[in-house]
Design a binder for this molecule. Structure first.
Ligand SMILES: [Zn+2]
Length: 258
């Protein structure tokens, strides 16, 4: 088993930065089906730490969609009012900042990067564009973001897949220039706190999964490193049901393999 002694738990973790699309629904279905097949607890976590993009109607859309899909969960907000009152991440910035401080104290290698968004665009947009790694810049809200140093050749194992992290993510941002936690930090901390054992994501998020497994050792998130990862395709061409069946089989096989 991947996480000895832990009760199986998986989560729906949408980001309310826009209305949901077919890929989100596919992910909801695959996650709910996996939870049912494992007898796992299903949690709903709405990742709204990016306060700049949050809109209440996006959160509302999540609850409406889950209701339409007849998906129920036992951990997490019941509706949009409950979410905004008791579950929002927008009031947890200092909590994530503490997690970052602890990670750095534990030896996570980071540096401040002053490259502008314009410098980051283009084909070589992964990581810092301007050699900030060796400039010893100060972390300064509004001027610099904090990046994690990913040495060339760093590899992350996800089940039977090897992700070359330097190529896939580069020196990714862990704390944003606008003084907010980056998605990778929020996700690993929240998955740690939930005690997640299974993580179901679209294939496009494979590099993010690798980044978070990489962060796990400095964030006391062993369960994130040990979790069973399932990355599904993003197309529903056959049918949602067919895809979730193949997803399910894969998760089960991986569990057995360990
Ligand atoms: Zn830079």
């Amino acid at each position: 088993m991947s996480s000895p002694g832990r009760a199986p738990l998986t989560r729906l973790a949408p980001t309310p930065s826009g209305f949901l699309h077919e890929g989100n629904r596919l992910n909801f279905r695959a996650t709910a089906d996996l939870a049912a097949s494992l007898g796992a607890t299903l949690a709903l976590r709405i990742d709204d730490a990016d306060a700049t993009r949050y809109r209440r109607e996006y959160a509302e859309d999540i609850f409406v969609t889950l209701r339409e899909m007849a998906i129920s969960w036992t951990v997490g907000p019941r509706d949009v009012d409950d979410f905004e009152r008791h579950w929002t991440q927008r009031t947890k910035t200092e909590y994530y900042r503490d997690a970052l401080r602890q990670a750095i104290a534990s030896g996570l290698p980071v540096y401040a990067c002053a490259c502008s968004r314009a410098q980051q665009s283009g084909p070589a947009s992964k990581g810092c564009a301007g050699g900030c790694r060796t400039r010893s810049l100060a972390l300064e809200p509004g001027r610099t973001a904090l990046r994690v140093t990913i040495d060339a050749g760093t590899q992350v194992m996800l089940g039977d897949e090897v992700v070359p992290l330097a190529e896939a993510m580069g020196d990714f941002v862990i704390w944003r220039r606008d003084d907010l936690p980056a998605y990778q930090l929020v996700s690993v901390v929240e998955d740690r706190d939930l005690g997640v054992t299974h993580i179901v994501r679209g294939r496009d998020l494979l590099p993010s999964s690798a980044a978070q497994v990489h962060l796990a050792r400095w964030t006391d998130a062993q369960n994130v490193a040990d979790a069973v990862y399932v990355h599904h395709g993003l197309v529903t061409d056959a049918s949602g049901a067919k895809l979730s069946k193949s997803t399910l089989a894969r998760a089960t096989r991986r569990e057995g393999d360990r």
